[in-house]
Design a protein around this ligand. Structure first.
Ligand code: ADP
Ligand code: MG
Length: 323
């Protein structure tokens, strides 16, 4: 069991940022309204995610760390999606097999919660404990038992960049949830969780970036685009601040990038890397998500129509806001 878990872990858990992503997605799935992420040592020795979500029943605790143990029931429509995402019910088991874990969890139905410790996926202790509703998972010493993987971790600053990207993007895609982000005992940000996109962006990226944002909100046929564009360029001279979500999911996609380039290219040729935060709603039958297991790459069917929609929406906005 532990060997196959370790092998599976190779697919799901590439680096600390992948652990952060899986834990955060579980907190979101658990209907949390408030989530704390704490990172030390670039996640190599310590990752904590605490949420106020529905928690895990004592009887389900063991199951949660077994492979293919998902408590989530998916609709037929989602089956296609699940297959393509691949890893349903494998994240916790995989993470546990290559780390040491402490979990504290309580459901609203239970009077007491449970605290357990796992070493390399095996539960070595568990007791009843008084605690608030929700789940805290601490992942320690990632890859302690897979030296080859441990060796391939990058420098702390590189691993932190990956983690920051994940945390920022997840916070941006859920403005209705409050995220508190702590790195090496320092508070980085706390989003309000008031479902306001602008205040979420402001909290994460600060005043200089937020004050230059222009709200965009367009709709055509069954396509929607909302969010913010701006008249300033990313000072880092790259696309790091061109952030877009398709159907709630952070993605990278050349069609979108090109549409942005083209819109600005004709109207503001000097703004080479315009900052934008775009949320697209595209009918799911027009989106292929299965071209990359990391789930960030997608492909559109009917690319032209979608690209024209994005291009025209941005152009119209830039023209009408006399920048
Ligand atoms: P999946 O998310 O695909 O179901 P995971 O391995 O990520 O698989 O999690 C296994 C199970 O553990 C979940 O289905 C869920 O029941 C439970 N679980 C994990 N994290 C949490 C959490 N933060 N709150 C409540 N339940 C959780
Ligand atoms: Mg999960």
């Amino acid at each position: 069991k532990s060997v196959s878990n370790k092998i599976a872990a190779g697919e799901v858990v590439e680096r600390p940022a992948s652990v952060v992503k899986e834990l955060l997605e579980n907190s979101i799935d658990a209907n949390s309204t408030s989530v704390v992420i704490e990172i030390r040592d670039a996640g190599k020795s310590y990752i904590r995610v605490s949420d106020n979500g529905r928690g895990i029943h004592k009887e389900d605790m063991y199951l949660a760390f077994e492979r293919h143990a998902t408590s989530k029931i998916y609709s037929d429509a989602e089956i296609y999606d699940i297959k393509s995402l691949g890893f349903r019910g494998e994240a916790l088991a995989s993470i546990a097999s290559v780390s040491n874990i402490e979990i504290i969890t309580k459901t609203a139905d239970d009077e007491y919660g449970i605290r357990a410790e796992l070493v390399g996926g095996e539960i070595i202790s568990n007791n009843s404990i008084g605690c608030p509703d929700g789940t805290t998972i601490v992942v320690k010493d990632l890859f302690y038992n897979t030296p080859a993987r441990h060796k391939f971790l990058k420098s702390n600053s590189t691993e932190m960049n990956y983690i920051n990207t994940i945390v920022n993007n997840i916070a941006l895609s859920h403005p209705e949830i409050s995220f508190r982000y702590i790195v090496n005992n320092k508070n980085i940000f706390t989003t309000q969780g008031n479902d306001d996109l602008y205040s979420t962006i402001y909290t994460i990226y600060g005043k200089d970036i937020s004050k230059n944002l222009i709200k965009i909100n367009h709709e055509k046929e069954e396509m929607k685009i909302k969010g913010f564009v701006s008249n300033i360029s990313c000072t880092r001279g790259n696309r790091q601040l061109q952030i877009y979500f398709v159907n709630g999911r952070y993605v990278k996609n050349k069609v979108i990038t090109r549409a942005i380039d083209e819109a600005y290219g004709t109207l503001m040729p000097r703004n080479r890397f315009p900052i934008c935060f775009l949320y697209l709603d595209i009918p799911s039958n027009k989106v292929d998500v299965n071209i990359h297991p990391a789930k960030t790459e997608i492909r559109f069917r009917d690319e032209r129509r979608i690209s024209e929609f994005i291009l025209n929406s941005i152009k119209e906005k830039l023209l009408s806001s006399d920048l």
